[in-house]
Design a protein around this ligand. Sequence first.
Ligand code: NAX
Length: 326
Amino acid sequence: MKAPVRVAVTGAAGQISYSLLFRIAAGQMLGEDQPVILQLLEITPALGALEGVAMELDDCAFPLLAGIVQTDDPNVAFKDADYALLVGARPRGPGMERKDLLEANAAIFSVQGKAINDNASPDIKVLVVGNPANTNALIAQRNAPNINPRQFTAMTRLDHNRAMTQLAQKTGTTINDVKKMTIWGNHSSTQYPDLHHATVNGKTAIDMVDQAWYEGTYIPEVQQRGAAIIKARGASSAASAANAAIAHMRSWALGTAEGDWVSMGVYSDGSYGIAEGLIYSYPCVCKNGDWEIVQGLEVNDFSRDRMAATEQELAEERDAVSHLLP
Ligand code: NAX
């Protein structure tokens, strides 16, 4: 058996974590031969609820669960952490715009970025789930000057998965037939699900659907899926978000499938003309515990406009919190 790794999870008594933690402890994120120590962070008033979650984790008798830390201190939660899933944030309620959440969440993520910088393993892999995820990841990253910015990522895998399923359903196939999906940009309603490189059974997806459906139905449905779930459920996506977080980390740690890629919000190096330093969702291939942006994809005018619009939104979010960035 391998030595245990430390996995910090924030918002550990929340909805997403109620699915996420059990799947991490079951080995679905890092493999069934990898023991984990869960280091769970909550705000002080939620520590009682967190205790209940920890009791349930105990009661599952997971063979891979080598320990549980419960705390309201970020310095304790991130101590020697190898992985961090930053889920805790103020969730969006019905009718609430993400911009309202920027300020409220910026304070949380600057504190956590510093705590990661000061306490975590220098090789830590960080995934930000809490919204606005890309900009929260940027804030955490900028507050962690001793950690390589490539180690801070934001989750667009749920959008990626939604885009795959919508395409499979439209083409009468299954997600097993869909490859090379790309979500560009922000995890928000400006994200751009791109079918120009995606394939269905090896055929280019954009050639299998008509442009009116792509523009008028597909793109908005993928962009608005989070709001549709809130409307239907009365609460934001939880199990599917946890599933996407597991998949994001698993791909990053254990690699992507040959001939395929995934969408990840990563530190922009200027690829595809996107401003350097934004946390922007790109098509990525993962190997040996690292990610690379897929290069050389052709970008037509239709795509270029949408990639620029979502970039613009991220630049505005960055500027709105610039006073909190060191
Ligand atoms: P919940 O409100 O159920 O849970 C959030 C938990 O975080 C609460 O228990 C709260 O006490 C805790 N928390 C708040 N501030 C904290 C802090 N400073 N330190 C530690 N814990 C803190 O929300 P949940 O449904 O679990 O959603 C969590 C976040 O994920 C929200 O921001 C939500 O918008 C976001 N989502 C992101 C998605 C994505 O694709 N990137 C999709 C799903 C989800 O909407």
